[in-house]
Ligand binder design. Structure first.
Ligand SMILES: *[C@@H]1O[C@H](CO)[C@@H](O)[C@H](O)[C@H]1NC(C)=O
Ligand SMILES: *[C@@H]1O[C@H](CO)[C@@H](O)[C@H](O)[C@H]1NC(C)=O
Ligand SMILES: *[C@@H]1O[C@H](CO)[C@@H](O)[C@H](O)[C@H]1NC(C)=O
Ligand SMILES: *[C@@H]1O[C@H](CO)[C@@H](O)[C@H](O)[C@H]1NC(C)=O
Ligand SMILES: *[C@@H]1O[C@H](CO)[C@@H](O)[C@H](O)[C@H]1NC(C)=O
Ligand SMILES: *[C@@H]1O[C@H](CO)[C@@H](O)[C@H](O)[C@H]1NC(C)=O
Ligand SMILES: *[C@@H]1O[C@H](CO)[C@@H](O)[C@H](O)[C@H]1NC(C)=O
Length: 627
């Protein structure tokens, strides 16, 4: 370990003693902290003669006093390739706040899943008055404490930090990490703001370091059938209006179109009441469910069922059972009322309690036996539905995100055909993580553009087994038209799975044969699924993203680093989908390498920009890279 060295720079102003602390790490990395005596300290991370990160650390608006390094609250420890920064105090009304600048030529990656999924991240706004925890608001369902820059720096915040993050809201042009022992972070005995800053040669090297040291990698991949064949869900097309005959009609319609069966997911609402974990067998719903499942299997479908972690208060006798046994998430005074999108008077199951998890899973096992459900779509899992702040029977420093972790670990017991949508420190699980419900539009407002950027966010948070949400979005408010369905299908073709709810043969256009085009790309996906599975196997082996941004193979190329509309499959295929309404051509950038056009066999030598690649409605531009 390198030695600390303190350099007293001297007195340069009448009132302030300025002193600087320079700490050397290994391999030319060092950090300079300049303390003005009062207020924020300037912090400069250097790698050789280059400044790779610059910020102001140790100040907070609500702090009772200002910092200097004599407080004994700050410890800077050199690590092998960087530094650990740790602020700690047992004065729990204290706030720490460390901010880093967005420099003009530097891009940021990682960060949270959002409704407006910007990429790279420096354009994003995050309001630091809200805790940085998994929550439904703004689609924060995957949000590791991990940020990576194009300069090869990553910041990983210790999961015990009671973290708030502000970006471009209260602090324009900066990413700020704030630690406050404030709800939902209750019962803390200290305020901790701790993070590693690791400095590598470039973004790829830095991310590989993170995979190895903090993020981890999946222990396996989802069932190849989920990759090869489509997933068909009742949700977007029917919403909650489903029953035996509708599900059968949906399935038969799919087979009539000569699509392979794949997975048929019965979504909301099949349950007697939310939390019953039993079919509603009233005459107009699922009175014939055993027969329905039997027929679905005869049609060659695997059958999965939408489930959630809630029990509505009027769902008898489950809510009484849960209350009696203390299975629900509680606040400090014992209140256990939760609200979610389907219920204002509900309860969220406390998966940090193993007995509660068992109570939940036993019923799912029963459904697997009878009527014969193959697997489940596990919805929700974020922390914010129960009474706030919540208390759990676990290490208080892991509240509240540990609830999501325990939920997802419980879900993962149901094998390789499941899907979840929340994730926190569960990178090792061999399951699909679904993107949050997309909207049926083109743009940054949770539309088609964000299909690609969310893919990056999840891959760069260490979750390469990404299940894209339904093709064409969910039709909340606005319905998808044929052009959107076709372009969405194309954009999704080289992602790990294809999921439909709106049926492509039902949304047509007078201008082009939408059903035929969609079928062509579903077939192309099936044909290339071995390459996707190979990328998944590589992810299991080395943690590499399955669908990285193109800088993954050109980590020092500024054009590649800024690119948000092209993605890779492993390191072999580059996909440049049309993401703009009405567009029939697009600009494409191919980084260094020899490329072959997937559509016509034309060769390109990168780096090269194709100014206007023609892509009429039936064309998806994609390229293979020579090894
Ligand atoms: C920084 O270091 C590199 C290589 O070590 C050298 O080529 C470059 O000239 C240096 N730049 C400055 C401004 O000293
Ligand atoms: C805070 O920590 C210090 C150092 O461990 C200890 O001496 C002090 O008693 C603690 N204060 C409180 C209020 O726990
Ligand atoms: C996504 O975020 C928006 C904005 O907060 C919210 O209205 C929507 O319900 C979220 N989506 C889901 C599926 O929770
Ligand atoms: C947690 O804090 C609350 C008050 O915020 C208190 O009522 C409760 O007893 C504490 N629980 C534990 C386990 O310390
Ligand atoms: C499905 O395949 C059958 C048999 O090959 C054929 O008769 C039918 O027209 C096909 N249907 C569609 C919609 O392509
Ligand atoms: C299912 O719902 C549809 C539409 O509401 C209705 O026409 C049909 O009769 C229902 N099926 C059963 C078995 O009740
Ligand atoms: C790329 O193609 C050139 C010939 O145009 C060849 O010399 C070179 O080896 C190729 N590179 C790779 C990585 O295949």
């Amino acid at each position: 370990m390198a030695r600390l060295s303190l350099a007293l720079l001297g007195i340069i102003a009448a009132y302030h003693t300025i002193y600087a602390l320079e700490i050397s790490g290994s391999g030319g990395r060092y950090i300079i902290l300049i303390f003005p005596g009062h207020g924020k300290a300037t912090t400069i991370f250097k790698y050789g003669n280059e400044t790779v990160l610059r910020g102001y650390i140790g100040y907070g608006k609500n702090a009772k006093r200002e910092y200097n390094n004599e407080d004994g609250m700050l410890t800077v420890t050199p690590l092998r390739n960087g530094f650990n920064i740790k602020w700690e105090t047992n004065q729990t009304d204290f706030e720490f706040k460390d901010c880093f600048e967005f420099q003009d030529d530097v891009h940021w990656f990682g960060g949270p899943q959002r409704k407006q999924q910007h990429w790279p991240l420096e354009k994003m706004e995050i309001d630091g008055s809200e805790a940085y925890v998994l929550k439904q608001l703004d689609n924060f369902s995957v949000a590791e404490y991990y940020w990576l820059t194009s300069k090869g720096v990553y910041i990983h915040v210790n999961e015990r930090t009671p973290l708030f993050v502000d970006q471009n809201v209260h602090e324009p042009g900066k990413l700020c990490f704030i630690a406050r022992a404030q709800a939902p972070y209750i019962n803390r005995t200290r305020v901790l703001l701790e993070y590693d800053v690791i400095i590598e040669d470039n973004a790829r090297e830095a991310h590989l370091h993170a995979i190895k040291n903090v993020l981890g990698k999946p222990s396996g991949h989802p069932n190849p059938k989920m990759v090869k064949e489509p997933i068909w869900t009742t949700w977007a097309k029917y919403k909650a209006k489903i029953n035996d005959s509708i599900v059968l009609e949906f399935a038969e319609g799919i087979r009539k179109q000569n699509y392979s069966a794949g997975q048929l997911e019965i979504d909301d609402a099949w349950e007697k009441c939310y939390g019953a974990q039993e079919f509603d067998t009233s005459p107009e719903k699922f009175s014939d469910i055993e027969n329905t499942i039997k027929k679905l299997k005869e049609l060659d479908f695997r059958v999965t069922l939408w489930v959630h972690p809630f029990v509505d208060d009027d769902c008898h006798p489950r809510s009484e059972e849960g209350k009696k046994n203390g299975y629900f998430v509680k606040d400090p005074s014992g209140g256990d009322r939760a609200t979610w999108w389907n219920g204002q008077n509900s309860h969220q199951i406390d998966f940090t309690n193993p007995d509660a998890a068992k109570w939940y899973t036993e019923r799912l096992r029963k459904l697997q036996k009878n009527p014969g459900i193959d697997a489940f779509k596990f919805d929700a899992g974020e922390t914010n539905y129960g009474p706030q702040p919540s208390v759990y029977n676990i290490d208080p420093e892991l509240v509240p995100n540990a609830l999501s972790k325990h939920y997802v670990e419980t879900c993962a017991q149901f094998g390789d055909l499941i899907e979840v949508r929340s994730a926190w420190r569960t990178q090792s699980l061999p399951i699909f993580i679904r993107m949050i419900d997309k909207d049926s539009n083109w743009g940054i407002e949770n539309g088609l553009y964000t299909l690609v950027t969310t893919l990056f966010q999840m891959n760069l948070n260490g979750y390469p087994m990404v299940l894209p949400d339904m093709i064409g979005g969910n039709g909340y408010g606005q319905l998808p038209d044929a052009e959107l369905i076709v372009r969405w299908t194309q954009a999704n073709t080289f992602m790990p799975a294809m999921q439909f709810s709106y049926l492509p043969w039902e949304i047509t256009s007078k201008k082009f044969d939408a059903p035929k085009i969609v079928k062509k790309f579903v077939d192309l996906h099936a044909e290339k699924s071995d390459i996707i599975l190979e990328a998944m196997k590589e992810a299991v082996k080395s943690g590499h993203p399955v669908n990285p941004p193109i800088w993954w193979i050109a980590p020092e190329d500024p054009i590649a680093l800024a690119c948000d509309t092209e993605y890779l499959v492993g390191e072999k295929i580059l996909v440049a989908p049309i993401l703009e309404q009405g567009a029939t051509s697009r600009k494409i950038y191919l980084p260094a390498g020899n490329w072959t056009d997937g559509n016509n066999g034309k060769k390109y030598k990168g780096p090269v920009t194709i100014d206007a690649y023609p892509a009429p409605i039936d064309v998806l531009p994609w390229f293979t890279r020579d090894a």
